[in-house]
Design a protein around this ligand. Structure first.
Ligand SMILES: Cc1ncc(COP(=O)(O)O)c(C=O)c1O
Length: 348
């Protein structure tokens, strides 16, 4: 268990870097580190870039492959293949691929099964960041989002996002813990004891950045034991159902549109408009107006150049009447914003 997804990515990236350096880095090539290339999509969380910075991957060797609304912002296997082939042809060394199941902006899902097969052909470490949506996979109907997971090198998911746990709590699974240990272990005299010397215990200080660690597992264990699988599944399903209800409200009002089909507990929507600049300005204003009420808090993103608003259901106690009330605040705010633009024809 790690504190955050950021730590999970840093630790696995270090292990992948060292594996590549040890296995294929010629000892005389002191410049080998500058040849390592990593991959993700333009929707991969920004912490990936930060991790690369910390681990010493050159900024020019970070490939954030563009995605489009047409594929719901999922990473395209063909584009990944092309990027890897070009790098190999240029004498670079592909080392790590960060896939996402449930991106932060729009909850896009990279097709793990197809992508992992491409990556393993090149001996690339595949990490799946399922920080948010991984929790949904406790429900059989969402488990297909993880198809192909049995082939990856590591997977992280953060119960603090959607599994009724609070910060910080990130589960990391690694296929080869020995590679983590090899990269991250320290063995000072003052920490030596009979048990750690005997190799009969797992010394988690060698799986993480810090030496000391919190007892997060007790917290998660308590959540699992006190709610039980059925209640946790009911929590996820309820949030997804509430998001679908909200999506229905948006689609039944001609002034609004959903930008993407709702996945999980997030709905990406906006006020319709005729020219993109004014539509963006209008939606920015709506965001401010809604949040200024202090009753609902929505956020925004830009994906594929489109400014959109994000309605996320995920709080522990959210019920249908909260979503109904939120929609009322949003439509009332929209009326306020739209009356400032009398020349607009928005009642489509
Ligand atoms: C998909 C995804 N990855 C990574 C992160 C970063 O998580 P952390 O703050 O735990 O490092 C987030 C946070 O929003 C996320 O949604």
């Amino acid at each position: 268990m790690q504190g955050t997804t950021s730590e999970a990515i840093i630790c696995t990236l270090i292990a992948a870097r060292d594996r590549a350096t040890e296995e294929i880095g010629p000892s005389h090539d002191i410049d080998f580190a500058s040849k390592l290339v990593v991959y993700g999509s333009d929707q991969t969380h920004s912490t990936f870039r930060k991790a690369c910075k910390l681990v010493g991957i050159r900024p020019s060797n970070i490939r954030l492959i563009p995605t489009t609304a047409k594929s719901n912002f999922a990473l395209s296997p063909l584009d990944l293949q092309k990027a890897i082939e070009a790098d190999v042809a240029a004498g670079l060394v592909p080392v790590y691929l960060c896939l996402t199941v449930g991106t932060t902006s729009t909850t896009a899902v990279d097709p793990v099964e197809q992508l992992v097969h491409i990556a393993t052909d090149y001996d690339i470490w595949v990490h799946v960041d399922a920080a948010y949506a991984g929790s949904a996979c406790i429900c059989p109907e969402f488990r297909h989002y993880l198809d192909g997971i049995e082939h990856v090198d590591s997977l992280s998911l953060a119960p603090h996002k959607w599994l009724l746990s609070y910060l910080d709590c990130c589960c990391l699974w690694v296929r080869r813990p020995d590679l983590l240990v090899k990269s991250l272990s320290t063995n000072p005299e003052y920490l030596k004891n009979k048990l750690s010397e005997s190799n009969s215990v797992v010394d988690y200080k060698d799986w993480q950045i810090g030496t000391g660690r919190r007892f997060r597992s007790l917290r998660l264990w308590l959540v699992l034991r006190s709610y039980g699988l059925g209640s946790l599944q009911a929590h996820i399903r309820s949030d997804v159902r509430l998001a679908q209800i909200f999506e229905g409200f948006v689609q039944s009002d001609g002034r609004f549109e959903t930008v993407l089909p709702a996945n999980f507990g997030l709905v990406c929507f906006r006020l319709r408009g005729f020219d993109s600049k004014r539509t963006e300005a209008l939606n920015k204003e709506l965001l401010e107006q809604v949040n200024s009420t202090g009753r609902v808090y929505i956020t925004h993103t830009i994906a594929g150049g489109v400014y959109m608003l994000r309605f996320a259901v995920g709080s522990t106690l959210t019920e249908e009447h909260h979503v109904v009330a939120a929609w009322k605040v949003i439509t009332e705010s929209a009326e306020t914003v739209l009356t400032k633009e009398p020349d607009r024809i928005v009642n489509l």
